[in-house]
Design a binder for this molecule. Structure first.
Ligand code: LMR
Length: 400
């Protein structure tokens, strides 16, 4: 009965790892998926995460009972506080509902399904380009997906005018997906002044912000700095949605830890919204897993562990920033034609190199360097040792 099933293509991002794993070359390099590697090219489990896990294992009173549908209550509280700030009026006034979900993807999906059921405007505007999973998540959730201009290939920066025009002509009430910081795949973020203009425009048109925060702490190395755009929107008293992921900033990738927050107008509305979020989650995954959320809660509740986390997070962010400079310098040394200053200007885990599909295919075939076909490279996958190889490949790709 399944004979008609056609083979689906690999995922544009996760499929890069599949191709990489199949390559026997000793010099192969995976710059596809956004996953942090050490200078030695190894995955990193943060020390503070190990400490938290040890503490959890030693606690014999812990059991494996189901969490509530909304997840671990303390994790939810602390997650909201991490993004909105300890003294956020929205939290104090109990206008925020936060539910634990399966990392960023699960949080976006639950938020999308809630909007499709309970919000009057079914259109969501996503940036062009954006993370490849966004359009699929929202269309399967039942929303109609449109794009707004975001990136300007000519400047390899923000197309701010295009963004304002497209949001300005969006229907009143439309949902707008915003990357909270460290835009994926471009590494291009609005300045704080530009964020303020975006906020004013969106509020005046009653556009509903849906923030995707996958990199808090990774853009600047500081959790509060990276939370600023979201806090600006919450400070004006308006509503918004927020999907948070701890995959990158706590290195909890495979633990699938995340949260969806919905900031409402009143505590009563937030309470009713939460009751509906439970109806979305229950038939989807019943209730979220306990381990990863317990790690996060253990770290966020303890001043000492929290501080240790911020130090480790900053070290990851700084290593990525140093890779930017090193790659830029390596291309300068080789006299590679073109302006490569965007490598040091862009922020977060990725550089949107500007390399085209053919150049990417050439680098994969001849240099065993794996990256997404849009020319995005994960800076977090680079090390001082592998930069010369990448720079050689890029040089060869643009001069051939
Ligand atoms: C990425 O963009 O590489 C990450 O967000 C991982 C993923 O799930 O795609």
């Amino acid at each position: 009965v399944f004979a008609h099933v056609v083979k689906a293509p690999e995922d544009p991002i996760l499929g890069v790892t599949v191709a990489y794993n199949n390559d026997p070359s000793p010099v192969k390099l995976n710059l596809g998926v956004g996953a942090y590697r050490t200078e030695e090219g190894k995955p990193l489990v943060l020390n503070v995460v190990r400490r938290a896990e040890q503490q959890l294992v030693n606690d014999r009173s812990r059991v494996k009972e189901y969490l509530p549908i909304t997840g671990l209550a303390e994790f939810n509280k602390l997650s909201a506080k991490l993004m909105f700030g300890a003294d956020s009026p929205a939290i104090k006034e109990n206008r925020v509902t936060t539910v634990q979900c399966l990392s960023g993807t699960g949080s976006l999906r639950v938020g999308g399904e809630f909007l499709a059921r309970h919000y009057h405007e079914r259109t969501i505007y996503i940036p062009q380009p954006t993370w490849g999973n966004h359009p699929k998540i929202f269309s399967l959730a039942g929303l109609s997906v449109k794009t707004y201009r975001y990136y300007d290939p000519a400047t390899r920066g923000l197309n701010f005018q295009g963004l304002l025009e497209d949001l300005g002509s969006a229907p009143s009430g439309a949902v707008v997906l915003l990357h909270a910081c460290a835009h994926n795949p471009t590494g291009v973020d609005p300045t704080i002044q530009q964020w303020e203009k975006i906020r004013q425009l969106m509020r005046s048109k009653r556009l509903l912000p849906f923030f995707d925060s996958a990199y808090q702490g990774f853009a600047s190395g500081n959790l509060d700095t990276d939370a600023k755009p979201v806090r600006m929107f919450v400070a004006d008293g308006g509503e918004c949605l927020l999907a948070q992921s701890y995959a990158k900033n706590m290195g909890l990738y495979g633990e699938r830890v995340g949260a969806l927050s919905i900031v409402c107008n009143t505590a009563d509305v937030a309470n009713r919204v939460e009751s509906q979020l439970k109806l979305v989650t229950r038939p989807m995954f019943s209730n979220p897993p306990i381990h990863g959320a317990s790690i996060v809660a253990t770290i966020l509740r303890d001043r000492n562990m929290y501080d240790e986390w911020t130090v480790e997070l900053k070290a990851m962010a700084e290593r990525i920033i140093s890779m930017r400079q090193k790659l830029f310098d390596a291309l300068q040394t080789r006299g590679t034609p073109g302006d490569w200053s965007h490598i040091i200007k862009q922020i977060g885990m990725f550089t949107f190199t500007g390399l085209n599909k053919e150049q990417v295919a050439f680098m994969t075939k001849e240099y065993h360097i794996y990256m997404t076909s849009d020319g995005r490279i994960s800076m977090a996958g680079l090390s001082s040792k592998t930069i010369p190889h990448l720079a050689d490949a890029m040089h060869a790709a643009v001069t051939r």
